[in-house]
Design a binder for this molecule. Structure first.
Ligand code: GTP
Ligand code: MG
Ligand code: ZN
Ligand code: ZN
Length: 386
């Protein structure tokens, strides 16, 4: 940890400390990193990473090369900090779900859609990667799924940077009412299902889950026995990737996640968790045949088309999916949500798209169905949409 020796007129961070979106420690001071390529950063007060202590100002002078730098970094992990972190404007989204429930494909396709369709369509906005997030996103996701390759199952955070490090994106858009630009930072965590299997491994992921502004809980249709029984078992197995978790895996994860948040927030048994949860049925394409004709969820998502969040559509889909889960005997899941969370809603998405699953012989570029619904809802209730 870096020692802060110098004092001076500082930028106030408010009473609250900020949370580093990489190591999740709380700090009231940030450090600076020299961005001069030729600087060796060996001067007194600077670390080998050219990180040095300075008062909380907009910029600081490197003690070694005397150049000015604007690069603010975490004093512990030395990762660059987005402005919004210091302003407490971060929106941390945790994606959780059992092994092979489709989390990585969901994140990979959602970010692509945010950049290319959702942000421009909702508000003429732009979705931009922060620091190395875009490059890491391209390497770990886009270069595979947008080249017709399925993603591998994610390794545990301990051994895999793709999981351990969040993907940070800025959403910048014009607020027509206030005639000013608004900017929010999204911090996405693609949890490895394996890290959620037991309480010990959960310690790796517990920090960001507890600090989340929203949780996207992906529910694999393969985990619901009633769903599998209503379909051709072999087909649905192939269609959903061929990895079948044991029955109850989804319930166990939601129980474990809830216990973790309850302990962390010191909640009493009769208090509900106030982090909003989007409970998302993944791989919609694989169970579409179970959805009655005329259902709202069969239609394309309306929000981006009309340029604002259509609450009435969310309500209709929520009702349809809750009914489907209850009809298929997944009441253990629905009552877990009801009893633990004050705000939740059901969704169904297909990241890959209709007729584009691993069972079909071709694997097209993803053309997702309703992938934006959960995130737009979390933004809407968090006051982050106009
Ligand atoms: N039919 C269908 N299959 C999908 C969809 N999304 C993902 N899959 C398949 O589900 C399997 C698992 O997907 P992943 O995204 O790797 O799952 P994960 O939740 O990240 O798994 P872990 O990293 O092990 O926790 C893969 O074989 C995917 O092809 C989808 O929208 N439809
Ligand atoms: Mg994964
Ligand atoms: Zn840090
Ligand atoms: Zn320097």
């Amino acid at each position: 940890m870096f020692e802060f020796l110098k004092r001076g007129p500082e930028i106030r961070l408010g009473n609250e400390k900020y949370i580093c979106p990489y190591c999740f420690e709380r700090f009231d001071k940030y450090a600076f990193q020299c961005s001069n390529n030729r600087c060796k950063g060996k001067a007194t007060g600077a670390s080998n990473d050219k990180v040095f202590a300075a008062p909380n100002k907009d910029s600081a002078v490197c003690p070694d090369c005397k150049q000015n730098t604007f690069k603010k970094v975490c004093p512990k992990c030395y990762q660059e900090l987005p402005e919004s972190t210091l302003d407490h404007e971060d929106c941390i989204i945790s994606i959780v779900g059992s092994r092979a429930s489709g989390k990585s494909h969901f994140v990979g396709v959602l970010i692509h859609e945010m950049i290319n369709r959702i942000a421009p369509g909702m508000s003429h906005g732009a979705f931009e990667g922060f620091a190395d997030s875009y490059t890491r996103y391209m390497t770990n996701f886009a270069d595979k799924i947008y080249q017709g390759q399925a993603l591998p199952l994610s390794q545990r955070a301990e051994v895999n940077d793709a999981v351990a490090k969040p993907y940070i994106f800025k959403y910048r858009f014009q607020d027509p009412k206030k005639k000013k630009v608004r900017c929010y930072t999204f911090v996405f965590f693609d949890t490895a299902g394996e890290d959620l299997r037991d309480d010990d491994n959960m310690s790796t992921v517990n920090k960001y889950i507890c600090e989340s502004s929203g949780i996207i809980f992906l529910l694999d249709p393969m985990n619901i026995q009633g769903v599998v029984n209503s379909l051709d078992k072999d087909w649905v197995m192939r269609a959903s990737g061929g990895v079948s978790e044991y029955e109850g895996a989804a319930y166990e994860i939601i129980i474990r996640v809830s216990k973790l948040i309850r302990n962390n927030k010191k909640l009493k048994a009769n208090q509900k968790i106030d982090i909003p949860v989007a409970a998302v049925f993944s791989k919609y394409d694989a169970f579409e045949s179970l959805v009655p004709d005329g259902s709202r969820v069969k239609q394309a998502s309306p929000h981006v088309k009309v340029g604002k969040f259509v609450e009435e559509d969310r309500v209709a889909v929520n009702r349809e999916i809750e009914t489907l889960l209850q009809d298929k005997g997944a009441t253990a899941f629905t009552s877990l949500l009801e009893n633990n969370y004050s705000t939740y809603s059901y969704f169904a998405v297909s990241s890959l798209g209709l007729d584009n699953n691993p069972s079909s012989n071709r694997f097209d570029i993803p053309h997702p169905h309703r992938i934006e619904d959960p995130l737009l809802w979390l933004m809407k209730i968090g006051g982050k949409l106009v």
